[in-house]
Design a binder for this molecule. Structure first.
Ligand code: CP
Length: 306
């Protein structure tokens, strides 16, 4: 099977074709409502999730397929000491495709080696990667900014631990004419190994959102990732470092969009939600359509049933 573990597993042309399929599904949802009839998706979440899990499950159901999974990973035999490798070999006896989220980096890649036919989709592995969030983000940018090339992208918040950010930056870097402005406290800077992949002329780093917000076409906000901190005290000190509010939004371009993978804690004030530039809940909806497209592609059932 073909897996999606990190966005680099797919060529840009393949990513664009998934987005094209998502657009077709948005235009004609009925045409795709049975393409996964008789297929099963295993939903394996070893870490909490609202959007990724429910959008994957909604996606499979809306394609006419069905879902299996546990409500609590402690109810699976992993709690009796079974390895994830054996778990995947077993799940493959019952399902056609599997989605896995796990707190340990590299887990999705590891388990994909145990799947003979069944595609594995990484729904987030620790602070490492979150490729389907990237597909979600790209579809949102395509829909609300007309395409993914030629933007000044401000990436703000926890750039150290934010897996959605790592996956998005590496992928946008493969598009034309992207300038990044990385906005973070110095303790939560973008990791050096990712900065090294970028052209030095294509990014700058700052701690000050106010100074740069007026330059941005896209502002990608993110939550400080409490679950990745060793020190709770350090988390509490940094968690409210940036709060996007109406006052800050006054300095932004009329056509800037504000994105956020969600969940949000305090980093975007509720008062910003009504601003037409705030697209983060539309982004969550894009997540379902792009996951429908991804499942259909990986299962080879992308032709509609009209
Ligand atoms: N954006 C995202 O991954 O949200 P969940 O953690 O709720 O799935």
């Amino acid at each position: 099977g073909r897996h999606l573990i990190e966005p680099g597993d797919f060529q840009i042309e393949e990513i664009e074709s998934i987005m094209q399929l998502a657009d077709n599904i948005i235009t004609n949802p009925k045409g795709y409502s049975l393409v996964c009839k008789g297929k099963l998706l295993a939903s394996l979440f070893y870490e909490p999730s609202t959007r990724t899990r429910f959008s994957f499950e909604a996606a499979m159901l809306r394609l006419g397929g069905e879902i299996i999974g546990f409500d609590d990973p402690n109810n699976s035999s992993v709690s009796k000491g079974e390895s994830l490798g054996d778990t995947i070999r077993t799940i493959e006896c019952y399902s056609d495709i599997a989605v896995i989220r796990h707190p340990r980096e590299g887990t999705a890649r590891l388990v994909s080696k145990f799947a003979k036919e069944m595609p594995i989709i990484n729904a987030g592995d620790g602070g490492h990667e979150h490729p389907t969030q990237t597909l979600t983000d790209l579809l949102t940018i395509r829909k609300y900014k007309g395409g993914c090339d030629n933007h000044v992208v401000g990436v703000c918040g926890d750039l150290l631990f934010g897996r959605t950010i790592h996956s998005l930056v590496k992928t946008l870097n493969r598009y034309e004419g992207i300038t990044f402005i990385f906005i973070s406290p110095k303790e939560l800077k973008m990791p050096e190994n990712i900065l090294h992949q970028l052209n030095p002329d294509s990014y700058r780093e700052t701690t000050n959102l106010d100074d740069v917000i007026g330059e941005l076409d896209i502002l990608y906000m993110s939550r400080v990732q409490r679950e990745r901190f060793v020190s709770e005290e350090e988390y509490l000190r940094l968690k409210d470092y940036y709060i996007l509010d109406k006052k800050k939004m006054r300095k932004a371009k009329e056509d800037m969009i504000v994105m956020h993978p969600l969940p949000r804690v305090n980093e975007i004030a509720i008062e910003v939600d009504d601003d037409p530039r705030a697209v983060y809940f539309k982004q969550a909806k894009c997540g379902m359509y792009v996951r429908m497209a991804l499942i259909a592609k990986l299962l080879g059932v992308e032709d509609n049933n009209d």
